[in-house]
Design a protein around this ligand. Sequence first.
Ligand code: NAD
Ligand code: UD1
Length: 338
Amino acid sequence: MSILVTGGAGFIGSHTVVELQEAGYDVVVLDNLSNSNVKSLERVEAITGKKVPFYKADILDREALEEIFSKETVEAVIHFAGLKAVGESVQKPWEYYENNIAGTLTLVDVMRKHGVKNLIFSSSATVYGDPAFIPITEQCPKGQCTNPYGWTKSMLEQILSDIQKADQEWNVILLRYFNPIGAHKSGTMGENPNGIPNNLMPYVTQVAVGKLKELGIFGNDYDTHDGTGVRDFIHVVDLAKGHVKAVKKTEEKPGLKIYNLGTGVGYSVLDIVNNFEAATGVKVPYVFKPRRPGDIATCYSDATLAKEELGWVAEYGIREMCEDAWRWQKNNPNGYDE
Ligand code: NAD
Ligand code: UD1
């Protein structure tokens, strides 16, 4: 069975390609490299010992997609390609809706023309908005997103669900990720943000390696055990393995499925700092700053459904997430750039 991975050169995509190849799947990667470096795929090849066929292409480019689907035997698509910077999406909503929504519509249209109707889509816990209850199950109603990025995920979930409803030959699995961190054990692959990181763990590792002076902690007056925001951090390799299980699930012709991929455990920002320091022995200086607009106090999953229906559970704990993120950052202070 061969799988097309869109956005496969990116953070989660590249880790997923490793797990797919190691599970015996043939993989083809498509990426426009707008937020990634093709070196990630060289690192994948070094780990798995297998070639990764790669197309530098855009999901908005119908002709390029036609060519890929004509040349390759694609049975399922894991669709990671998309823009994901929350703040940027507020500044550039058109670009986000165009890239993420129009891009996905084009991809799905080419897929159906070629009779490929198995799709695994990268959604996000952001679709729950300020969640109605914690821990968040898939039954939790979707909420108001606070930015265009979040809305692209929420709208695409609706669009893909409607497409599946109208044509039951489709198998659509929506995976709602919580907060992926960590890196491959080898220390050769990891998160490679452009410029100053927006997300917590890459900020922490860049402070630890001396590229940034101190961590700003956004808010210490939330209603949480220590006043800082609580999230469900999940090791990216666990997340990648969840995709392998989802691919396997499509063989059962499940129709439409939605799964949370998280650990079910919430850690605060200060817990992350403390765990990082304990796991690595490196100090992370920090200062408290005002709350970041759009942030919520607490977000963590109940991932029981993925356990029951996919046979998937997150296996790595916070220590490994910190150790692995640090190994990647320390060995590659400039990410994939020399
Ligand atoms: P990433 O930016 O590392 O990977 C996305 C990849 O898609 C990049 O390699 C980028 O070059 C590519 N891409 C973007 N637009 C494209 C286009 N038009 N055509 C072809 N390629 C394109 O991000 P990631 O963290 O690996 O996230 C993967 C997916 O998971 C994204 O859809 C993201 O929104 C979603 N997601 C990520 C997180 C997270 O915390 N990282 C959380 C929830 C959901
Ligand atoms: C963010 C996005 C979310 C997206 C997810 C994965 C926002 C508002 N939400 O989630 O839509 O799906 O990334 O890409 O951006 N923090 C600090 N200092 C920092 C960075 C973060 O204190 O320098 C805190 C935040 O306030 C938050 C926690 O760390 O409490 C996690 O933040 P982050 O890593 O950005 O993820 P989310 O905000 O949960």
